[in-house]
Design a protein around this ligand. Sequence first.
Ligand SMILES: Nc1ncnc2c1ncn2[C@@H]1O[C@H](COP(=O)(O)OP(=O)(O)OP(=O)(O)O)[C@@H](O)[C@H]1O
Ligand SMILES: [Mg+2]
Length: 543
Amino acid sequence: MSSERSYIIRDPFLLYREGVRESHREKVREGNIEIAKSMAEFLKSSLGPMGMSKLMINKFGDTAVTKDGAVILDMMDVYHPVAKFLKETAKSVESAVGDGTKTAIILIGELVKRAERLMESGIRPGTIISGYKRACEIALSSLISFSRPFDLNNDELMKNIIRNMLRTRGIDVAVDHLADLIIKAVNTAIEFRDGKVIIDRDVIQVVKKPGRGILESELIMGVVLDRGLAHPMMPKRMLNAKVALLDMALKVDPFKHLQPYKREIHIANDELVKKFIGEEDKIEKEFVNRIISVGANVVICRRRIGNVAKYELARAGVMAVERLLKDERIELIVRATGAMRIANLQDLREDDLGHADLVEERKIGGDRMLVIEGGRSSKIATILLRGDPYQADEVERAIKDSVVMISALAAKPAYVPGGGAIEEALSIVLRNESLKYPGREQIAIQAFANSLEVIPILLARNSGLDPTTILTDLRAKHVSGMWEYGIDAFSKCIANVIEVGLIEPLAVKEQILKTCTEVASSIIRIDYVVDRRYAKKHRGEMP
Ligand SMILES: Nc1ncnc2c1ncn2[C@@H]1O[C@H](COP(=O)(O)OP(=O)(O)OP(=O)(O)O)[C@@H](O)[C@H]1O
Ligand SMILES: [Mg+2]
């Protein structure tokens, strides 16, 4: 009798395949809540401009010194399903609004922690979830009443928002300069469609080059390629450029082109040997002639350009770069110049050429780079980021995230006070509103209100202030109607944060509230885990 058969007879009511692990009820909930709490705990010391950075090393040995919540969680290489869920949550917050990932995870930790206490005192998870949902609704509508309209043309306000974002990412030099570059770049990417403001994020690029400092960074209104010209004799600058964009090699592949000749070569015949060698040069010359005949004066080649072709192009006064393998760079050139990608030179027509006002080789940070400015199609803005290479990745991420944040701001042009002010204001509204709801739901709404206060508490703690004193002072201010008061981490006191320019987009806070309520509710709701990662393979148990 086969082992499968005996297995079925032994336990005909077995629900799971061998090796499937299951756990349920209190144990699962406790475990999940513990994980959410410990992830929040891990991030707490990094919140705010005075928060600490983490040195993360991933499984390939790549390191990152970062304060970016999404990156920290991404590099944590977590195992537990709830931890993975939180990692995805952080990513989704970052891709939606570009900021607020640590705040979201910390709030989730706080919400589940308080839910755990309520469950211990006998309140059912369902009641807590509906209380949290109600609290979120109240908070979202009050958030709008606390917000102020944002004028996208007000560069000073925009600068404040970007500056705060950069500072909380640990960037403290050249913040104003970077904010100016971001604003200028964003201005090129703004489009007005059907009465809506849309920011095309792909139009803004960041290219890193080591330099003396971030202050050297500049904005180039065009595409910047990390490649020098293919031949030293080529012109370094071309006005009114006509760009041929080739997806193919400008080089003879002996196996491809010379295959038919191979069998015909007689070594004894000198003429044929000469012809064989000369054929390669001839084909490359034909390539170049074809390019010149359609009027191109700049060639951007995705693959290699042969030596003869390089020389011939240079002689004809054509600029060329080769081996531009990255697809996204090619797509950017297509977007900027309107050039068509050509895979076969026979197909190249004048109409396929792109156009740019200027193509120029520049020496930046000791390297030769090609700059394509004033393309015919869409405007591309490249922030050329200079400075310390160790900090460059973090600055690049912060720039990209601030562009996402400004897009969210453009879609919903309103701002709220930062520095924990809005969290305190919402917490007070919620405590007052909770009294309108019956017993247990009221307690859950109050738990939500108390959870929000973790943000001002942490901002105070991370700035070296006494959280208890700060929180009592802050509460007193807010209760007397001064809801624009929050913690100013730099002057280390409670201040009218709107006056000191400490503001944040409404969209970010909305996203945080919605996400943390949904995710905390899901974590509380899970009461059963079936883990089939270690299950044995299907062995045909069915008779
Ligand atoms: N100068 C400041 N003083 C006090 N609080 C500040 C200051 N600047 C920003 N904050 C507050 O810091 C919080 C944001 O901190 P941080 O950027 O570290 O976290 P996050 O935005 O949640 O996470 P991440 O930026 O990693 O996605 C916000 O509540 C913001 O109001
Ligand atoms: Mg932030």
